[in-house]
Ligand binder design. Structure first.
Ligand SMILES: NC(=O)c1ccc[n+]([C@@H]2O[C@H](COP(=O)([O-])OP(=O)(O)OC[C@H]3O[C@@H](n4cnc5c(N)ncnc54)[C@H](OP(=O)(O)O)[C@@H]3O)[C@@H](O)[C@H]2O)c1
Length: 333
């Protein structure tokens, strides 16, 4: 297959590039050459997707069987629309990496692919929805980008909506923080309930599905009930040598101390629907999720291999300050 990857160098895009090469596909990436180097064996076209001339030049390198777009997380719908329209003449179909944030109900309600998404026109600008606050604005922008892809490719679009993606190369700093904290050992503040189901998905499993997924919309998350917060933190302890001891803090206590969900305690989220994403449609279409323990162990192996992650600007937002952690642990005895 001839594949065009918009992005393709950082975290998910890199994993897709690796997988595509391993599967023997002919891969072209398009990026500015800023975030991370391209893999060997790939045809690289340098350019900015927001620049019409660059995208026109890119299109002259086609045709492709499929475009896989991971580089749109900071793009406004009108920018995705402009690039997708130009590529529609040289590519058969388009796979767009969206997010569960595109649903109006996330993270408050359980959801499947029939749940309502935000509405934003395919040509909306960066400010569309800004007055709604950061989370809703992001969801509206991503929903608008989905519409932009549908506007250009019609039924030949695949929309993938992952929840939290973890794995080797992670640039956000969620699993890396938990692993480094586990390595330090001692009493480790563990958020909420050990039996809380969580659904992080391995970046390599998202990559494989992105290349094989049929047309349509798919939630991309590990199946519900397959792993818990307790499994996750135990796996972190095991991977890093098992020197720590988990001390579980109820949600209410963490809230009393003003602990920020999602960032200060990565993966801790109390809203009812945060980990109630139905991914059975994707599983039925071929999404295969490896055990969370393997994701954790492989990410630790990657972290200690000396390869520096190319960090996301939000990396430093993750993890609780150790003084604050000690204060909460003191209350728990
Ligand atoms: N991480 C998660 O937990 C998570 C969860 C849900 C959904 N997602 C979605 O997954 C996707 C993230 O993938 P990723 O960031 O790992 O992808 P990636 O493809 O590995 O990285 C982003 C790529 O986009 C390129 N890029 C950025 N701006 C560009 C521009 N103006 N013109 C051309 N190229 C540009 C970057 O290269 P240069 O900077 O060199 O140009 C880089 O290669 C996003 O769509 C995100 O919404 C992620």
């Amino acid at each position: 297959m001839r594949i065009l990857l918009l992005g393709g160098t950082w975290f998910l895009g890199r994993a897709i590039a690796q997988r595509a090469l391993l599967s023997g596909h002919d891969v072209t990436t398009f990026n500015r050459g800023r975030s991370a180097p391209d893999l060997h064996g790939i045809a690289v076209v340098r350019g900015d997707r927001t620049d019409e001339d660059d995208v026109r030049r890119l299109a002259s390198h086609g045709p492709w069987d499929v475009v896989v777009d991971t580089s749109a997380s900071e793009m406004a719908p009108y920018q995705v629309q402009a690039a997708a329209r130009m590529l529609a003449g040289v590519a058969d179909r388009y796979v767009y990496l969206s997010t569960v944030n595109a649903y109006t109900g996330w993270p408050h309600e359980p959801l499947d692919e029939s749940s309502p998404t935000y509405y934003a026109p395919p040509n909306s600008g960066r400010d569309f929805g800004a007055e709604q606050g950061t989370t809703i604005h992001y969801g509206m922008q991503k929903a608008g980008c989905e519409n932009a892809v549908r506007d250009a490719f019609g039924e030949y679009a695949t929309i993938l909506r992952p929840g939290v993606i973890l794995g080797p190369g992670e640039y956000v700093g969620r699993l890396p923080w938990w692993l480094r904290r586990s390595e330090r050992g001692g009493a480790i503040l563990a958020p909420g309930r050990p039996v809380q189901s969580i659904q992080p998905v391995d970046v390599r499993d998202v990559a494989a599905f992105a290349l094989d997924a049929p047309l349509g919309d798919f939630n991309v998350a590990a199946p519900q009930g397959r792993a818990t917060m307790g499994d996750f933190l135990t796996a972190c302890l095991e991977a890093t040598g098992g020197r720590g001891r988990l001390v579980w803090a109820p949600d209410g206590l963490l809230k009393k101390f003003g602990v920020r969900e999602w960032t200060e305690m990565p993966l801790w989220r109390t809203a009812h629907g945060a980990w109630a994403v139905d991914s059975r449609r994707a599983v039925g279409a071929g999404l295969s999720c490896r055990p969370l323990e393997q994701t954790v162990a492989d990410t630790w192996a990657w972290l200690v291999s000396g390869q520096e992650p190319v960090k996301h600007p939000r990396w430093d937002d993750h993890g609780i300050d150790s003084e604050k952690e000690q204060k909460i642990l003191a209350v728990l005895g």
